[in-house]
Write a protein that binds this ligand. Structure first.
Ligand code: HEM
Length: 447
């Protein structure tokens, strides 16, 4: 079939009413892989009557995220799950002029000088967490990294410690993410009183109480305490006005959620991949020993840690934490010759694109060295896009890349990893791509 002779691109046959949602929900990654393999670069799928197009070619993804970005918004599933009660009108979920004002206001929080200060928080938190790790023990490094990245976010955002007042945030965010792994969260509104939705609403209420108490006290004290919250409190719009408390609440929760879940996943998969590839792990050790000689990394060392960066990038390629990015068409468009009607959903999956053999040699293999010699510059723009792209590019991408490299350097200087026989890493693709039962490895002290 071609655009000239068919009403829409080829795709899997849909069940009555449900469309393909049943097959998708059973195994989202496998379903999308089959779509690309069997139907090609633009696939038509129906989910509960919602026409959906999946795109595999980098140029088509660029068309949606960059060239015609003004004609697309975040899709309705994301708007309902993440917006509303949870993140409200925060940066991740707002649109149009409203989003643009916020983005301009928040961008300085991610400037280079600020990042240098956060880098010290990252190294400090990693050192403290590593102090209790012991040679020979088996640890779930996903659980460890979730705790560590949360500690980093809590300190850099709010200037608080995870053990103290900030302790409420971790379990509450955990419950929120747990709710999103349930199929019901995709198909039912969150006011339907299922046990999971009840826990979810209670968790959001605890987060609300925490943030509003924090903002109130900070407003009373005033001044710049060097953390991100004080930057938001001091920031002014072009007309001189300040952000409302409600808006600050939305942004704080957006950054807390978006800023730790994804980086913990990236780090956990780095460790899993290193435990499975001793030769790559040895290359990483050689670089860390040569550049750092046993001392702690700083932001100035990062430009010399090429292999470390390649491990992070290759892990983001194979296990993109944001494995699927989607939009809704505001008006009719044409993609690769196909008519895309207004209201259709367009889905772009780093998961399938990053594993496309036309873009990456031996795409399933973990080969950090492929990134040497400027691969990123040679690739088409949206062949590797773990942080999305265009105006809605992840605002925390530099923060995240710095955090992953610094933490990886801190951990791999002290320990090497061995796989635990029989322990396979299973994937759970919900809003993010998580290791379902964690990443368990045996630690071996290096020096
Ligand atoms: C490995 C780590 C991370 C990954 C893979 C990641 C991925 C992404 C992706 C793909 C998007 C775009 C979503 C879309 O276009 O629909 C995004 C947006 C965003 N991310 Fe990240 N992210 C990471 C870390 C962070 C961190 C550390 C922060 C904050 C400290 C953060 C905050 C945000 C925010 C606020 C947005 C919305 C930006 C906007 O729309 O203007 N992310 N992220």
């Amino acid at each position: 079939m071609s655009p000239a002779s068919a009403p829409h691109p080829p795709g899997p046959r849909a069940l009555p009413v449900l469309g393909s949602v049943y097959y998708y929900a059973k195994d989202p990654l496998g379903f999308l892989e089959r779509c690309v393999r069997e139907y090609g670069d633009v696939v038509y799928v129906e989910f509960l009557g919602q026409p959906t197009f999946t795109l595999q070619r980098p140029e088509d993804i660029e068309h949606v995220l960059v060239t015609r970005h003004q004609h697309y918004i975040k899709d309705r599933v994301q708007r309902r799950l993440l917006g509303g009660r949870l993140l409200g009108n925060g940066l991740l979920t707002s649109e149009g002029e409203d989003w643009l004002h916020q983005r301009r206001l928040m961008q300085p929080a991610f400037h280079r000088q600020r990042l240098a200060a956060y880098s010290r928080v990252m190294v400090d938190q990693a050192r403290r967490q590593l102090a209790s790790w012991k040679d020979g023990e088996v640890r779930d490094l996903y659980a460890d990294m979730t705790r560590l990245t949360l500690g980093i976010v809590i300190q850099s955002l709010f200037g608080l410690e995870l053990e103290g007042e900030g302790g409420v945030v971790g379990p509450a965010l955990g419950q929120v993410m747990e709710h999103f792994t349930k199929l019901q969260s995709l198909v039912l509104p969150d006011w339907v009183p299922t046990p999971s939705a009840r826990r979810y609403r209670a968790a959001v209420a605890r987060l609300d109480a925490f943030v509003s108490g924090l903002v109130r006290r900070r407003r009373e004290v005033g001044g710049d305490t060097g953390d991100l919250l004080s930057l938001l409190l001091e920031a002014r719009y072009e007309d001189g006005s300040r952000m409302s408390d409600e808006r600050i609440r939305d942004e704080v929760l957006t950054l807390a959620l978006a800023g730790h879940e994804t980086t913990s996943i990236n780090l956990a998969f780095c460790f899993h991949l290193l435990a499975s590839h001793p030769e790559a792990e040895a290359a990483l050790h050689r670089e860390l020993d040569a550049v750092l000689g046993g001392r702690e990394p700083t932001v100035e060392d990062l430009s010399a840690l090429h292999y470390t960066e390649s491990v992070v990038k290759e892990s983001l390629r194979l296990y993109p934490p944001a494995w699927s990015i989607s939009r809704e068409a505001l008006d009719e468009d044409e993609i690769a010759g196909w008519r895309v009607p207004a209201g259709a959903m367009v889905v772009m999956n780093p998961w399938t694109v990053h594993r496309d053999a036309r873009l990456f040699e031996e795409p399933e293999a973990f080969r950090p060295e492929r990134w040497a010699g400027g691969l990123e510059q040679r690739l088409p723009r949206f062949a590797w896009f773990p942080f999305g792209g265009g105006p809605r590019l992840c605002i925390g991408s530099s923060f995240a890349l710095m955090e992953s490299r610094l933490v990886l350097a801190m951990v791999a200087q002290r320990f090497r990893f061995e796989r635990v026989p029989g322990d396979e890493v299973e994937l759970l693709a919900s809003i993010t791509l998580r290791p379902k039962h964690g990443v368990k490895v045996r630690l071996r002290a290096r020096h």
